[in-house]
Design a protein around this ligand. Structure first.
Ligand SMILES: CC(C)(COP(=O)(O)OP(=O)(O)OC[C@H]1O[C@@H](n2cnc3c(N)ncnc32)[C@H](O)[C@@H]1OP(=O)(O)O)[C@@H](O)C(=O)NCCC(=O)NCCS
Length: 155
C-alpha cells in the first residue's frame, strides 16, 4: 500500500459511503445552488461522471464532479467545492489538476465549465489554471445572473 502522510490532504475517488459528507458539504458551500441529496446520489453512481474527494485526516473537505460523454473529447467540471475552513490551501487546485489528469487519460482534449460572473474565487481558480473565457452566458442562472463558459485545451 502506498505511504501517505496522515497530516496531508489527499485526493481520491468518492465512494458511496461519502454521500452524507458530500450532501453536508454541498449545503454549507452553496446556498441557493445546492444540489439535492437525490441528485448527488445519482451523480456519485453515474457511469459517465467522476467525483473526486479531497480528504483531510478523517474528514471529507472538498469534492469535484467531472461529467464525461461517451465518445466526446470534452470533459465538463460540473461542480467543485471546498469547505470554508479548508480554503486557501490549494485543495481546489489539487482537485482540478487531478480531474484534468483523469480526463486526459480518458482521451479528452478539452475541459469546460460554467461559472457565475460574481464568483470571484472560482473565476480566479480557473484563470490560474489556464482556463479562458469562451462565451458569455447572459442570465444563465436562476434569478437572472450572468455566467461565463470557461475552456481549457488539455494538449
Ligand atoms: C472556489 C473554491 C472551490 C476554491 O477553493 P480553495 O481550495 O480555497 O482554492 P485553492 O486554495 O486551491 O486556490 C486556488 C486558486 O484559486 C484562486 N482563489 C481561491 N480562492 C480565492 C479567493 N477567495 N479570492 C481570490 N482568488 C481565489 C487563487 O487564484 C488560488 O491560487 P493561489 O492560491 O495561487 O492564489 C472555494 O472557494 C469554494 O468552494 N467556494 C464555494 C463553492 C463554489 O463557488 N464553487 C465553484 C462553483 S463554479
Amino acid at each position: 500500500m502506498p505511504h501517505h502522510d496522515p497530516d496531508l490532504p489527499f485526493i481520491r475517488p468518492v465512494e458511496p459511503a461519502d454521500l452524507d459528507a458530500i450532501v453536508a458539504l454541498e449545503q454549507r458551500c452553496f446556498d441557493r445552488d445546492a444540489q439535492t441529496r437525490r441528485s448527488l446520489r445519482y451523480l456519485l453512481t453515474r457511469a459517465n461522471a467522476i467525483t473526486l474527494a479531497a480528504e483531510q485526516p478523517g474528514r471529507l473537505v472538498g469534492y469535484l464532479t467531472l461529467l464525461l460523454r461517451r465518445g466526446a473529447r470534452t470533459a465538463r467540471v460540473y461542480s467543485i467545492a471546498v469547505d470554508a475552513a479548508a480554503r486557501g490551501q490549494g485543495l481546489a487546485a489539487g482537485l482540478l489538476a487531478a480531474a484534468e489528469d483523469r480526463a486526459t487519460r480518458l482521451g479528452c482534449n478539452r475541459m469546460v465549465c460554467e461559472v457565475r460572473e460574481s464568483n470571484r474565487a472560482s473565476l480566479a481558480l480557473f484563470a490560474g489554471h489556464g482556463y479562458q473565457r469562451k462565451r458569455d452566458l447572459p442570465a444563465y442562472y436562476p434569478g437572472g445572473e450572468d455566467g461565463v463558459r470557461l475552456e481549457k485545451r488539455l494538449d
